[in-house]
Design a protein around this ligand. Sequence first.
Ligand SMILES: Nc1ncnc2c1ncn2[C@@H]1O[C@H](COP(=O)(O)OP(=O)(O)OP(=O)(O)O)[C@@H](O)[C@H]1O
Length: 582
Amino acid sequence: MKVLLRLTKYLRPEVKLMAVVFVMLLLGTIIDLIAPILLKEIFDSGIANKDIALILALTLSLIGIQVIKSIASFIQGRSQELVGQNVIFTLRKELYNHLQRLSFRYYDKAQTGQLMSRMTGDIEAVKNFIGFGAVLMLLGLLTFIGTIGFMLYLQWKVTLISMSTIPLLLFVLWRFNNKVGSAWGQIREQMGRLTTTLQENISGIRVVKAFAREREEEGKFRDRNEHNFETNMQRAKLEANAFPLMGFYGGLVFLIMIWLGAVFVARGEMTLGTFMAFQWYVWGVIWPLNMLGWQINIMQQAIKAAPRVLEVIDASIEIATPDQGGTDARRIGGNIVFEDVSFHFADQDVSKDKGVLQHINLDVRQGEIIAVLGATGSGKSSLIALMSRFYDVSGGRLLLDGIDVRDYELDGLRQRIGIVPQETFLFSASIRDNIAYGMPEASQEAIEWAARKAHIHAFIETMPHGYETLIGERGVGLSGGQRQRVALARAILMDPPILVLDEATASVDTATESAIHEELLEVMKGRTTFIIAQRLSSVKRADRIIVLDKGAIVQQGTHQELFEEEGFFRKLFEMQDAAAAR
Ligand SMILES: Nc1ncnc2c1ncn2[C@@H]1O[C@H](COP(=O)(O)OP(=O)(O)OP(=O)(O)O)[C@@H](O)[C@H]1O
């Protein structure tokens, strides 16, 4: 329940609309309470005194107040939907914006399917309560209390005796509320898992098919689907047990009232008009109680869904611009110093585990081309990730032009480092928009210049709509090498003082790779460039080569110096030389 109270923060800007909802609700309830009185008067004053004019006036009044009630419920319905939609709009926006700011550390652990289900189903469940369930509960409460009040005023004995089954009804509701909550909690969690299975399957469909695992994947989905089905059936069973019983107790209220009312009328202790009014009023007692079951359902769904949504919003943004605003990153020229840098991932214990990077000391001058070599898993990508603050160092300092990376304004810092990552991601948009992703305002000339440097311009020209050609999700429609070259053009276009090529030409054939490197020589001029590569051909232009082994720098020097030393570089050279000779 506390979580729902936290959500009231989103209701604050909606105070005016909520006031409209409340006033309309009140108006509707008052009309519902007055209407039976008019009916009573038709019997007790109109029919009893044979006053036709009074009967007509009262009937017209009944029609009139029903018209007013309809208008009030129209305004109330529209306003309450607007409140719900506004809240959900803000919440969804806040959640999405927060997701943009969360660090890599968060995404290392998060499951995409779970996040998607929180953005959709869970938020919808919260909306259903805020925009509908809560208002209905309030309406029910007002109607219930008001009706009982009027009935007590008109004939307290009949009222009290008729209501004798209500404690039983409340007991059934209380038990239902206790049990159905945990079922809804499981259902929301299972929906998250189901979405995860679906999302992973679609993203990995090529692997599924390549390994002919369709049947197993079907089985995996079926298991989770069945699980969800069973929990839903358990919930339905709870409803099936509780709702008819509630209906029965509600019906008893009505029957007792009819019987007792008839007896009281016969005994002259109750007028016929009051009896007729009671028949009307009794529904003001029964419907709020009967509807309470559904309202509990809506509320419990929201109670279970809200923490899932708030958990994402509460996840701390670990990497951000310093509070005081950070240093302007435009001053970054490209001098980089790693000062005794160590790095651990989130799942590692800094005091016990050996870091992914340990005591890295490295001084890179502006404009230098540094090649980073090392066996797979030696920490090359991690070294690079620290510069853009995808992760923060666990020990030591990383300085860009003499200033700790943590002191820079974050967006500016990242814009000054052009990265071509190992795994390229392209959006389902035109090739032009993909290249201009970091600089949407770039001119066509600039985009073509970058594409030429990345050796993709000629290919784009051959496509049906040139730069406007739409490429599918994740760049489907392009080969691995073409995708890499689009990503390369994207980084070049940013004109960054620091360029990072993480296996950026690994998917390109050797001839194209060599041509790209020739072109890149001009692009790299004046920029500090890191090239991570396995092929020696890609690193031959480097001013300095660094060899990493298990997170530590084990060799450092020029191509010639390292060739003359025993070690990883020489072995790699000999292996690739022998392979080339075969
Ligand atoms: N998100 C992560 N969480 C925990 N450990 C990770 C994570 N990413 C990488 N590692 C581990 O950190 C080590 C260094 O990884 P890194 O990606 O930096 O290596 P690399 O030298 O770039 O490898 P490759 O040449 O295969 O790309 C590896 O042992 C890897 O298992």
